[in-house]
Design a protein around this ligand. Sequence first.
Ligand code: ZN
Length: 365
Amino acid sequence: MENADKIWEDKNEDKKKGSELQNPQESQEFTTPIFLEDIATYGGTSIEELARSVVASIVDAARKRPEFEKHYRETYGIADQQDFQQGMNVFADRRIKEFQEHFPRKQKEFKEQAAHCLTFARQHGYIADTRPIHIVITDWFLTCGKPNLTGTDSYDHRTGVTFVGIDRPNILLAHELGHSLSHTQTEKGSQRVGFSIFEPLGGGEEKMHGCQWLNEGTTVLWENQSVNDRSTFSQRALEEDFYPYSRDLAKLLLEKIGVPEEILFKAYFGDREALHFLNDAINRRFKCTMEDLNCLTLKLDIKWAKSILDGQPVTIEILETDHTSIIPEKEQLARIFPNVIIKKELTKRMSGEAVGKESVMDTNS
Ligand SMILES: [Zn+2]
């Protein structure tokens, strides 16, 4: 760690001195425009209209499938004896009222959090330019069944818009803004969002590369540092093991390759030298690329990952029940880490041991 620190400081010493002299703006106030709006305005409609269309699609689905109606009655608290459509209208009206009541306060809080993120990233030298920030405040109910309005918390790299729910804590906005602020363009014309790269394939299609867990893990480290109101990771209540695992794995990786967190952040925010330094350190230590390390999410268990990175013998079973997409990942793991031994087990697994992952994560959420 010390060594890597030293090399990095030496390399940047001259640059630092130069920028202090030539760039007096560094210490001055900066004004990146921060633009916030509600999901209805963003969609070119009104809150009432959004709610009406959500109710219409729910009522329609409930008419076709009685089990849906039962589910919706439970979700939206509509008593069995109450008319379903009327009950949905009452719920929608309440939701509209709540959204409109909370919006001004939330708009102010989110704006302050966004300004804080910008200042923080600027002061640490993570970002330099002043790209406007566009935040859309969404609502889980009003965006039901509207994929074009991206109802969930996410950063959309295609439009550059950050979506965040009105009920969400500041730390979630800080997280999504991490994705937004780490969005740069590569020399080859791909979009780089942290450690995820979206390569255009033509016809609006993209291919995603990079290292997803390192991207999310770094974003979680960032949100904890840049949150301005002490809201916490646990308040995000994502019920996903992937995020805490990725955060811990990112820290573990830094320890193993002897790279300080500052360089991880610089690389995440697109600093080419830092990125090069990080890739180099990974390559030196593990003889592979950052992207190759994706196979470390086969099991979301930090002790397991530590054994692998420590070079301890770890046995991975290839099971008859394995999904075909899992097998290449297991083989990849054994290729990169000589201490990982593959055992082909062609009988159905009997124990509940969790090897393999069931879900594919969304990079930008
Ligand atoms: Zn994320």
